[in-house]
Ligand binder design. Sequence first.
Ligand SMILES: Nc1ncnc2c1ncn2[C@@H]1O[C@H](COP(=O)(O)OP(=O)(O)O)[C@@H](O)[C@H]1O
Ligand SMILES: N[C@@H](CCOP(=O)(O)O)C(=O)O
Length: 326
Amino acid sequence: MAVYTEVTDEALRAFLTDYELGGLIAFRGIAEGVENSNYALRTESGDFVLTLYERRVDPAELPYFLGLMEHLARAGLACPTPVRGRDGEALRELAGRPAAICTFLEGVWPRRVRPEHLAPLGDALARLHAASGDFAGRRPNALGPAGWAPLLEACRGRGDEVQPGLMAELEAQLADILAGWPAADALPVGQIHADMFPDNVFFLPDAEGRPRVSGIIDFYFACTDLLAYDIAVCLNAWCFEADGAFNLTKARAMLATYQAVRPLSAAECAALPVLCRGAAIRFLLTRLYDWTHTPADALVTRKDPLEYLRKLRFFARVESPGAIGA
Ligand SMILES: Nc1ncnc2c1ncn2[C@@H]1O[C@H](COP(=O)(O)OP(=O)(O)O)[C@@H](O)[C@H]1O
Ligand SMILES: N[C@@H](CCOP(=O)(O)O)C(=O)O
């Protein structure tokens, strides 16, 4: 699932008259994704993705997301380019929802992450950070440290049903993380993706058959925050095996190519363990919130919060940045 808002053939054809994309050839709802309604479109001009923004996206923030994607695509990053209508506007309305069309990116996201994915990932992440350096937009991270205690509070009463003692453990972890969190001006800040999970990064084989990044999608958590926090998100999302073991080889491969583009300062390396703990609790808390607030029969697939409890515990035990590849 993610088609919350149905679009009729007639409504879509009428919508497309505001663009110079030619006539509609075919369209279908895309089942993947959780936040918004997505449709794959084929028009006489090629393939596109139509997104209808659902309730969790604040319409006032859409110009930031679309502007950032346009900026990065112009700088050569493989990310969706918002398509502007005849009037120059990319953000429009369809079926009562804010809506935009973006270019379709080829490639597939890795269902099983292999060590060979990590080098191209690190390179792409560093290029994203470098290319957004001159982007003028700003968006505070709503799911940053200040947002974690309210999320924890919203899960009170239900969290311990997921695992006995969970709430007390998370409270203690959160206090510890916040006490060690770097000051906003202590580390380099810029535009970060903030949700660079495997399902948001597409790959295609290069001439030698090695994976190369062909697309980065889903910029709807992007924000202005510590650049190294994006690395921490990737260490969480890409460097653990199915049995829960942290894969140091993967972490080192990603950090090496990242640093070939943007070397980390000593302060960023030192902060990486706490940033990883922060990223772990951030995804744990949003998953826990969804787990405890989404009816079990809802069409959306709820993600396992306890996967991130195991990662959180791992990062809490890390004694030096070297143990996680920095
Ligand atoms: N620009 C794009 N090119 C190709 N496929 C896309 C593009 N944008 C989204 N998709 C497809 O739509 C799915 C859901 O997109 P995503 O942005 O992750 O949705 P959500 O924000 O609802 O989680 C992706 O897994 C991918 O299959
Ligand atoms: N990556 C997050 C969930 C966000 O979902 P997405 O489909 O918008 O990437 C998680 O795994 O908890």
